[in-house]
Design a protein around this ligand. Sequence first.
Ligand code: FES
Length: 49
Amino acid sequence: MEYICYCDKVTEEDIVRAIGQGARTIRDIQRMTGAMTHCDCANKNPKGT
Ligand code: FES
């Protein structure tokens, strides 16, 4: 398992599930999964961005 959003611990599976539940925009994904909400990517994301 790999996080897509490390800061909020959101996986690809979480995002696919949100799409299955009706998410159609990035804003929908953010609202439904919490991804991209507590951004500290330089420290928490091993990709550094
Ligand atoms: S990796 Fe998603 S907000 Fe930092």
